[in-house]
Every structure is written in C-alpha cells, then in structure tokens.
Design a protein around this ligand. Sequence first.
Ligand code: SF4
Ligand code: SF4
Length: 355
Amino acid sequence: MKWRRQPIVAHIVPIRRCNLACTYCNEYDNFSKPVPTEVMLQRVDRLAELGTSVITISGGEPMLHPELDQIIQRIRAHGSIATLITNGYLLTPERIKELNRAGLDHLQISIDNVQPDEISKKSLKVLDKKLQWLAEYAEFAVNINSVVGTSENPEDAAAVARRAHELGFATTVGIVHDHEGHLRPLGEREQKVYREIMQLEGKSFSNFAYYNQFQKNLLQGRANEWHCRAGSRYLYICEDGLVHYCSQQRGAPGIPLEKYGAEDLEREFNSVKPCAPFCTISCVHQVSMIDEFRERPRESLGRFFPAQPDQSVPYHPPGVVRVLAWMFLPPAENGSRKRLTEFFTQAALWCLKAK
Ligand code: SF4
Ligand code: SF4
C-alpha cells in the first residue's frame, strides 16, 4: 500500500499441462512439459526484485511440476507470501507434509460440483478425502473456492461451501466467466445460491471484497466502474515467461518478465482496460481496491461496505473497520485527532517494518 510502483500479486505458471479437462477451462493443455526449475527460480527472483508481495503458483495443474517445492522455498526465501492454486487431485498426507516443510503459506482448491460430471471432475465426492487430509495435516491456510455457474446444479456450490466450513476452511465464491474473463449472466437459482453462500460467511473484515458493489453488480448483469491495475499491481506470468494482464487477457502486454520494469508498471497502472466493466477476475478487483483505498480512503470504505437493503438503519460497517477508520482517518479539521493519527501511523509502519 505504501509504494505504488510495485506488483502486489503475481501468478506464475510452472506447467501448462493439467491432469483434468474441465470443459469451461481455457488455461490448460494435455501435453506441455514442466518449465525447467532453474528458469522458474529466475522468474521468482525477478518478481522479488520488482517487490512482489504475493506469488501465486497456478497452471495447468502446478502439482505436476516435479520440483514445485523448490519454487515455493525460493518464494519464501525472498520474504514473499507463497500461495498455490491446485485441483487437489495429487494431494496425499505425505505431499501435504512436504508442502508444510517447503513453507507454503496458502492453498486454494476450486470445487465445482458434488458429483463429477462431464463438465468438471473437481467434485466434492472425489475431493472430500483430500479435504479431510488437509484439515488434519496442513500447517498452511486453506481456502475452498466454489464457482457459481459451472454446474447444472447451482445448489452444489452451497453444499461445497457448507462442507468447507464444517472442516474449518475459509471459503470464497466466484462467478463463472467466459474465455475473456467476462461475466456470464446468472439465473435466479444461481443468484439465490450465491446469496446463501455469502450468508454462510457472515460479515467480517476478511471477506469484505465479496460484499462490495462489484459482485452485486455482476450478479445482476450490471457493469462496474473501476480501474483495473493488471500489468502493474497484478501480473500474470505465463509458462513462456511473458507478462500478461491476467489469465483471460493473455497477449497484452506480452513482454518478457526479465525486461519488465518500472516504466511498464507505470504505464499499466494508468492504462484503461476495455474489458473492465464486466470483468469477474476477483483477485484483480481486490488488488486494485488497495489503490482505490489508498487514494480515496473514506469514499472507498463507503463502497466496500455499502448498507444492505435488509439492514436496520443506521448502517454500521464491521467493528474492526470502524476502529481502523478512527485510528487512521481523522476528520480534516480536528488537529488533536490528526496528531493521534500520525502516532498510530508511525507505530503501524514500525510494526510492519515498513519504516
Ligand atoms: S483442473 Fe483447473 S486447470 Fe485443470 S482443466 Fe480444470 S479448471 Fe483447468
Ligand atoms: S479487467 Fe483486468 S483483470 Fe479483468 S479481464 Fe480485463 S485485464 Fe483481466
């Protein structure tokens, strides 16, 4: 948040091959070889040089890479947060313990349905045992993502979220997108399921992104007004080492990572992406919110925590948000509160070792 000109999240792809073939997916093939480990480590080093805070390994299926743990270790050696997106098929108790030892911070599995079907084999039936092993052995955080709009039975997404809660995992819910990252309109049943999963989560600071106007607008097929910072705050590095905006806008800017620098980050911070209004790529929404928040904190809080139609009046945002706003956002005219805020700011920077 403090430095504007560095990536916050980067996705890297160590292998394009996948052991599954979900029919809605355009991010895999069934033949690619793993990217040589040495090359992946150089890419991690370059991302660290650019100051990237979170490096997410995805694919294809990244667990097909034979030296995945070395990549995780290198990310951690730079002090970045290492996260992994997997279909979970290759998880075993021993493999989970190895990921612990490698220092993995966070793992996400997307589960599409309760029973496998011709669209997706990422089903609760197949993966439930893996989830139990994760609950037992994982020392890293686990998030289960269910996507509304992939299954013929939209209620499956709610069943997945309930099971994830039972096992003590965090859950997120995404909205299915087409091959350009755009919204596919959801039916009434799917919208109902989405709302049900949201209620499971409750209102907290950690899931605020899902309560914002973005998702509501998308659910109703309405455009969002936002500035996508892909190519600057968020980078997608394909298996060939090229920087792209995101998984759904590959080809732009398409510059090799080793040549990607401050000028590129600056240009893409400011560039306007025509695909933004109906974009469903929630990780880029969230990353972009950080700059919106830094530049317009009070307005942003209003957008992130809008009053819900069914809420009693007056509306209050979550308690932790009110406390943080009191600590860091004083009224402009109040001099003594400003001094207190300066104190809190300096203390926070010191605690975050950013000073
Ligand atoms: S498991 Fe993931 S990468 Fe593989 S085909 Fe399905 S959605 Fe695509
Ligand atoms: S708006 Fe940004 S994140 Fe969304 S599809 Fe376009 S480039 Fe990708």
